[in-house]
Each structure stands twice: as C-alpha cells, then as structure tokens.
Design a protein around this ligand. Structure first.
Ligand code: NDP
Length: 332
C-alpha cells in the first residue's frame, strides 16, 4: 500500500448540540488499527439517524472529541493484527464501526465484509446498516410470514424503504405511513401494499378498515414519541409492537399493564445486538446481499454530500426532507 498521509479530513464534535457543533477538520490524526481492526481508506460513509442522537446528546458519546458515523466502504490499508477474517491490504470492504465521518476509519474486521461480486461498493455501503436493521427486525424482532398484516412508520425513510422491499419479498401485507404524497408514491414503488398520508388521513381508522378491525400483527415504529400510542392502538391481539427508534424523540415510559389489552409483545431492539457475533453478521449480510442481487432490490441514495457539508445532511434528515440513504464523500 502507498504510505499514509500524516493527517486526514474528518468531522468531530467536542460538545453536544445543534448542527453548529459539527466541526469539519483537515488535520485530524489518522487512527491506528488495534488488534482485530483494519484501517480503511473510505470512499463513502453513511449518515444515519443515530448520528443525530449522539450529536444532540440523546445518546451519550463515549468521550470527546468524538467522530460520528457508523458505516461506510473503502480500501483496507493495513490490518492491526489478530483475527482479521482473511481481510488484507487492498481489499475493498463494506464495514460498520464508530468513527465513520472521516477519510480513514479503524473498523473491527468482524464487522467488515468484502464487496460481493456484482455489487457496487457505494450501493453496498448504502445498504448495510439500514438493510440489516430491516432484515433483523422482520426475522428476529417479529418473524414476519406471508400474508401477515404489518404497519411500517416512515415507510419512505432509509430504513422504511428497506422494510417495504424486504416485507414485500416475504409476501406480507404492508401498510406504510408517510407525510407527503411524494413519499407515499416512493414507498408504494418499494412494495408497500397500502400507504397512509398521515398529514391528511387518520392512521388508526385506516389501519382498522384495511385489517377488518383486527389491527396489524407487527408494528415497526422508528418514529418513537409521536407515534408510540398510535402504534399500540394499531397492534393486533397477540401482535408485536417493535419500537426501534426515536426520530421524533424517545417514547414516554410505559407501564407494562398497557400490553394486557391485546396480549401484545413490546420490543425495543437494536441492530448491534442481532449481529453481535461474526457468525450473525456473516449470516445476515449474506442474506441481505443475496436479496439485493437476486431480487434486484433498489438501493436508494438520497444524496452524496461533501463531508464538509455534513451539517446540511443532518438538517435535511432531521427536517424530514430525505428519502433513502444519505451518504458523505470524505474526500470533499
Ligand atoms: P429516516 O430516513 O427514516 O428519517 C426519519 C423519518 O422519520 C423522516 O423522514 C420522517 O418521515 C419520519 N419522522 C416522523 N416524525 C419525525 C420528526 N419529528 N422528526 C424527524 N423525522 C420524523 O431515518 P433512518 O432510516 O436513518 O432511521 C429511521 C429510524 O430507525 C430512526 O429512529 C433510527 O434511530 C432507527 N434505527 C434504529 C436502528 C436500531 O438498531 N434500532 C438502526 C437503524 C435505524 P415522514 O416525513 O414520512 O414522517
């Protein structure tokens, strides 16, 4: 490999707050890979809603300065020793790790995979975190079967579009929600059987009408605070309410007795606990890539922003202006 430069471009936060705390730097130290890590020269990195939680302080950063971001793709520059699962210098990889908003990331080899044949690395990077989230939600949080009625909030968002495509592939009846007609059309194209524009229509009465008053056997709710009660009202008897995010804020504390009305299950899963082992990561990433390549799933990228414009990316995401995945080009 060519010798490494002495510094890199990256975005750090030194405190929590609005987008003004995102600091674009051109002189950050390049991380040194530890045992079990590979140093990756990033081509593209992702923006996910979780990055905004660390920026605002909803989730605590482990220390400051902190580099946000969770996923990306690039070329392995060097391995840090120990178990690196056969990855070597020059391999093109898709990875998940902290410290993504930068030109170089030291990623755990256990969460890095070579770009599969036939897949564009940018597409793979755009798919990995949100696609695996959707896949593990419908396999493990609530195993969805053919013919099941399910409700997906924010169906035209990054994770929502993956849920629509994967749920369609398993043959579910998908009811999605979105705030605009453009988003409604997009989620329908991705596979939603029915869409509710919640700016115009009442979600609960539509869900009850469509399901003949039964409700949905699984609710996938990444919106959080503003939809939690509605979601519990839409769950079917013996169904699952899967609360997996906080785009509108964290749901209020809930008393367990509220579940008795439907004998419902309440889940609060996180992707990283479904892919904690290398075997789990391999299993689900292979299944996701197979879906993408064989079923020709659409990897929708909203925009690739220059890294220096990361504040605009956060504003667009939090302002509900985006559909699909947001990415950053760390070279700009
Ligand atoms: P999205 O692209 O889905 O963006 C969020 C969407 O949520 C918006 O576009 C908007 O769609 C909807 N929304 C509703 N209310 C609000 C609000 N008050 N503020 C902002 N957005 C709102 O983001 P992601 O795909 O990155 O993430 C979606 C959710 O999934 C997040 O909660 C995220 O934390 C969660 N997640 C959880 C994971 C886990 O492991 N548990 C992993 C990955 C994501 P509309 O305009 O149609 O309402």
């Amino acid at each position: 490999m060519a010798s490494l430069p002495s510094t890199m471009k990256g975005v750090i936060i030194e405190k929590t707050g609005g987008t003004e705390v995102l600091q674009y730097k051109t002189d950050l130290p390049i991380p040194t890979p530890k045992e079990g890590q590979v140093l990756v020269h990033n081509e593209f990195v992702g923006v996910n809603y979780i990055d905004t939680y660390f920026r605002t302080g909803l989730y605590p950063a482990p220390s400051f300065p902190y580099i946000l971001g969770r996923d990306g793709c690039g070329v392995v520059q060097k391995a840090g020793g120990g178990e690196t699962y056969g990855l070597k210098d020059g391999d093109k990889v898709i990875w998940m790790a902290e410290g993504a908003y930068a030109e170089y990331t030291a990623a755990p080899a256990a969460k890095a995979v070579k770009v599969p044949d036939g897949m564009d690395s940018k597409m793979g990077a755009a798919a990995i975190l949100q696609g695996l989230t959707a896949l593990t939600l419908i396999r493990e949080a609530h195993h969805v079967n053919k013919g099941d009625w399910v409700l997906v909030h924010a169906a035209a968002g990054g994770t929502g579009l993956w849920l629509c495509q994967l749920l369609k592939a398993v043959g579910a009846n998908i009811i999605g929600t979105a705030s605009t007609q453009e988003k409604v059309d997009l989620a329908k194209k991705a596979g939603a059987t029915h869409m509710i524009n919640y700016s115009q229509d009442d979600v609960k009465s539509k869900v009850m009408e469509l399901t003949k008053e039964q409700g949905c056997i699984a609710i996938f709710d990444g919106v959080g605070k503003s939809t939690f009660d509605l979601s519990l009202e839409c769950v079917a008897r013996k169904g699952s309410m899967v609360s997996f995010g906080n785009a509108s804020g964290s749901p209020a504390p809930v008393t367990i007795a509220r579940l008795t009305a439907k004998n419902a299950r309440l889940m609060r899963p996180t992707l990283f606990n479904y892919i904690a082992t290398r075997e789990e990561f391999d299993h689900y990433s292979k299944e996701l890539f197979d879906f993408i390549l064989k079923d020709k799933l659409d990897v929708r990228i909203h925009e690739v922003y220059p890294l220096s414009q990361v504040a605009r990316a956060h504003q667009d995401l939090e302002g509900r202006k985006t559909t699909g995945k947001l990415m950053l080009d760390p070279s700009k």
